[in-house]
Each structure stands twice: as C-alpha cells, then as structure tokens.
Design a protein around this ligand. Structure first.
Ligand code: NAD
Length: 360
C-alpha cells in the first residue's frame, strides 16, 4: 500500500483523497488543513486523520470540536508520497518541507513549472514522472488539452493548434470570484499562459491560446482548431477520440447542450459530487475542413485533474507503468468511457456502488 498524505483539503484535495482511498494499492495517510471549516468536518466523517498546518492553530481545531492527529510535518514524515493541493503559490513554499523528509511530492497546476522535475499528464508523458522526487500535475485546462492533443498528434500529427478557452469565473464555492455580469478577455495578452503551459508537456507543439472569463461556475468550454499534419475525416477523428478512456464523446441523442446538463447528468448517474473526470466533447462538433479539425469540449475544472493525481502517485512511487496505472485508476473510480459507460449507469461505478465515495 502506498501511504499518501494530502496537504490542502479544498476543492482538489478532497477529491484526490477520495480517489486515493478508492484505489486497491493506496491508502490516505491523512489530510492537512489550515482552517477548521466544514471541509475539516467532512474529512473526519470520512475517516481521514486530520493534521493541522500550523501547530499553533491546533487549539482552533479543538475549539471547533475537531480532533487532530498532529501537524503537517508529521503527516509528511509518515507518507510515502504527498499530494500538495494547497492554493496556488503555497505549494512552492512547501517544497522544502517535502525535500527535508525525502518524501516525493505532487504539486498542482497553480504552481510554476519549475517547482517540479516534470509537468505531468498521464496520457501524454507518464514516463517522465517515473521515480521523480517532484511532479506537477498541469492545470485543469492544460490537462484537458493534453489528453486531446496526445492521440491526435500520434495519429495525424499536429501542424498548428489554436484554442479559445472560455473559462468559468470561479468554482461554485468561490463566492469572492467573478465576473458576475461581464465577458472578459482574460488575460488580454495573447497567447494566454495556457499555450506555454502546454509546451511544458509537449515541447514541440505549435499552439496559440486565447483566454476569456465568463459569469459561470460549472465548467470551462474550449473552442479548438487543429491543423492536422495529414489528411483525416471527421469520422476517423471521432473514432480515435472515442477510443480514449478519458475523452467522452457526448452523443446528440442525449440532448446535452452545455455544462449545466452535463453536471446534472453526472449527478443523476451518481457520480461523486457530480464530477466529470473526462473531457466532454460534443460529437457533432467534430468537423474536418481540409486538414483543419474543429471541436468544442467542456472541462470540469474541479474533477479532470483527479485521476491524473492518482496516476502521478504511482509514477513517482514507480510501482506501475502507464497502462497498468491508468487501468487501475479508472477501474477503481468507475471511469470507463464516461458518457457511454459509468456516467450512464451508476451501478457500473464501483467507487460509488460500494459507498466509498458518498456525495457531500
Ligand atoms: P482551494 O482553495 O479550494 O483549497 C486549498 C486548501 O488548502 C484549502 O482547504 C485551504 O484552507 C488550504 N490551505 C491554505 N493554505 C494552506 C497551507 N499553507 N497549507 C496547507 N493547506 C492550506 O484550492 P483548490 O481549488 O483546491 O486549488 C489547489 C491547487 O489546485 C491550486 O494549485 C490550483 O491552481 C490547482 N487547481 C485548481 C483547480 C480548480 O478549478 N479549483 C483545477 C485544477 C488545479
């Protein structure tokens, strides 16, 4: 069993902890939190040992009625691998702590790439993270694009990619984020940071990205154009994407017109927290004109990096190759092709069926 500590138990950390717990070869050593809020209560109810980030705030946890198992230092010492899911920029500050304990660490996409030896996406470059001391799982948007571009590059080659990312203003719980009533070029500069971030995974990819922010919380939406290096037709692209376990083609007969219905569908299907771990690609949007491929995809920002974190744990622990790890991860979560599989039938999702991942 790989003992995994999760430092930072918010949007990403709580999902990663539940996904780790569902794996046959991993256990949650504990979770570290800064503040004794509702998520601390959830962690204890799920049986995760709770560690305080600041030793001098242990009393605050006690005052709120939450028992702590120790401080984050002890959690790191007792873990084989740490997943750092603290807010952007804090991970880099924690890097010394992990080094001191010689505990391999997995950082998130809010950190700069130089926090780690490798920027990671399981589909695109799993091998780069094997046995590494520090790995960064790229952001939700970069994860969604990496999963898409890896098979397209392998099958057809990519001459040039252009993506407009229509980004949610904040997560549902981020009541301090916006815009509330506007459509923002964000960042105004072109390319947005997403293109250079993709190059940390695909150094040779020629890609331009433009970012926007809109008053939405549920998902990001990508408008994608790829000039292929070789001829293809829409049906062969659809077949290629359909064969990828973390890409779900949304069929027109389901009448899903946006992120709202996608999330509703995931909730109806019993997905924990209504999570869509896969990219959701509108099958009808897959169009090829000459060598230009076009499509729309939705990315559930809170969820798509979760299976990637699980695979990153096996990669740094060097206990499995890509195929073994991704299969283990997906079987444990019940991620079997998404829209066509477990998302349609919750009984096929073992993590849900055995109650391991109850909804909040
Ligand atoms: P979050 O704010 O929801 O959760 C962070 C948690 O860490 C909170 O519980 C917070 O109390 C705790 N925390 C704060 N300071 C801490 C410290 N010093 N030590 C330990 N814990 C501390 O943040 P999040 O959205 O889960 O983001 C975490 C990371 O994941 C960031 O790098 C972010 O960029 C990245 N990420 C976020 C999303 C998303 O959409 N939310 C998607 C992909 C990647």
């Amino acid at each position: 069993m790989i003992q995994v500590g999760v430092n930072g138990y918010g949007t990403i950390g709580k999902r990663v902890a539940d996904a780790i717990r569902a794996q046959p070869d991993m256990a949650v050593a504990g979770v570290a939190k800064r503040s004794p809020n509702f998520e601390a209560k959830v962690a204890l109810e799920r049986g995760y040992p709770l560690y305080a980030v600041d030793g001098d705030r242990t009393d605050d946890f006690a005052a709120a009625g939450f028992d702590t198992a120790g401080t984050v230092d002890e959690l790191v010492a007792g873990s084989d691998v740490v997943v750092d899911a603290t807010p952007a920029g804090i991970g880099a500050e924690n890097a010394d702590l992990y080094r001191e304990h010689d505990t391999p660490a997995i950082f998130q996409g809010g950190e700069d790439a130089d926090v780690a030896e490798a920027s990671f996406n399981a589909r695109a470059n799993y091998a780069a993270a094997r046995g590494a001391d520090a790995v960064r799982v790229v952001s939700c948007n970069t994860t969604g694009l990496s999963r898409l571009f890896a098979p397209i590059a392998e099958e057809f080659g990519i001459e040039k990619a252009r993506v407009t990312l229509v980004r949610r203003g904040g997560d549902p719980g981020q009541t301090d984020r916006g815009p509330i009533n506007d459509t923002l070029p964000d960042p105004v500069e072109i390319p947005s940071h997403h293109g250079p971030d993709l190059n940390t995974v695909f150094p040779d990819l020629d890609v331009d990205t433009m970012g926007m922010k809109v008053p939405a919380t549920l998902m990001h939406t990508h408008s994608v154009n790829v000039t292929l290096a070789s001829e293809a037709d829409a049906e062969s692209v659809r077949e290629l994407l359909d064969a990828e376990s973390r890409l779900a083609l949304v069929p027109p007969e389901l009448d899903i017109d946006g992120a709202g219905k996608l999330k509703e569908f995931a909730q109806d299907a019993g997905r924990p927290r209504g999570d869509c771990w896969e990219n959701c690609i509108w099958g009808e949007s897959v169009t090829v004109e000459g060598r230009d491929l076009y499509l729309f995809q939705a990315i559930h920002q809170e969820a798509d990096v979760v299976p990637e974190n699980v695979d990153a744990v096996r990669a740094v622990a060097d206990t499995a190759d890509r195929e073994e790890s991704t299969t283990l991860t997906e079987d444990a979560l019940g991620l079997d092709g998404g829209i066509g599989g477990s998302l349609r039938d919750p009984a096929r999702s073992p993590a849900v069926a055995d109650g391991a991942l109850d909804d909040d």
